[in-house]
Design a protein around this ligand. Structure first.
Ligand SMILES: Nc1nc2c(ncn2[C@@H]2O[C@H](COP(=O)(O)OP(=O)(O)OP(=O)(O)O)[C@@H](O)[C@H]2O)c(=O)[nH]1
Ligand SMILES: [Mg+2]
Length: 191
């Protein structure tokens, strides 16, 4: 919603505001879900948002964005997923505007995915934003363990959680970590 001064005091505007009041009693937190190509970003958003999500994709790859939201007690998480293809990197920059939490999803079965994740973290200046890493595809036998991923990423204080969008492994832990961070960040503007 756009807060437009000329709408204040307007009955219609106020009714709309009351109708939506339930949203504004919740803390709104924007979460950017990003990471390398085909790491499982869209799948994880679908899982975390319990189907309350949409994706703009073509032939199974995100070409614009994913969006999902999830309510946890008095916090509403807005999950914005980026495309993984490098040619859409500009969208990552646009979607990162106003993010409060960064979730980096990587494909643990691919060492190049882990290295790319590290590079993206550098580009986003992740040092200034709370970050959680989802070492995804842990259901695959060749997956690097979360500990191995942690060693490669090598950013102290950043949790690495093993996840699988297929088996749902780690989904609750991931959500719980996001929630814990969401409690201490500044709320996002209404969106
Ligand atoms: N085995 C396994 N496959 C997964 C997992 N997560 C995603 N996939 C598969 O990996 C492929 C890519 O998943 P997406 O969720 O589209 O990945 P993405 O990161 O959104 O991909 P892009 O938007 O193209 O960058 C799909 O075939 C998924 O079914 C997982 O945890 N385990
Ligand atoms: Mg995707």
């Amino acid at each position: 919603m756009i807060f437009d001064n000329k709408n204040h005091g307007n009955d219609l505007f106020l009714k709309g505001f009351e109708r939506r009041g339930i949203i504004y009693t919740m803390k709104q937190v924007k979460v950017l879900v990003t990471g390398p190509y085909r790491a499982g970003k869209s799948s994880l958003i679908r899982l975390l948002a319990n189907g309350n999500s949409l994706s703009i994709d073509k032939h199974g790859t995100t070409i614009c964005m994913d969006y999902g939201n999830v309510d946890l007690d008095d916090v509403r998480l807005h999950l914005f997923g980026t495309p993984g293809q490098e040619r859409f990197a500009i969208i990552r920059n646009i979607l990162s505007e106003g993010m409060r939490i960064l979730v980096m999803v990587l494909d643990s079965t691919r060492p190049d995915s882990v290295r790319q994740a590290k590079a993206i973290l550098g580009e986003l200046g992740a040092a200034n934003i709370p970050c959680i890493i989802a070492a995804n595809k842990q259901d695959c036998p060749q997956a690097m363990s979360p500990n191995e991923v942690r060693k490669v990423i090598n950013i102290p204080g950043v949790p690495v959680i093993g996840s699988s969008a297929m088996s749902r492994k780690g989904a609750e832990e991931l959500l719980s970590q996001i929630y814990q961070v969401a409690l201490r960040v500044q709320p996002s503007l209404p969106c």
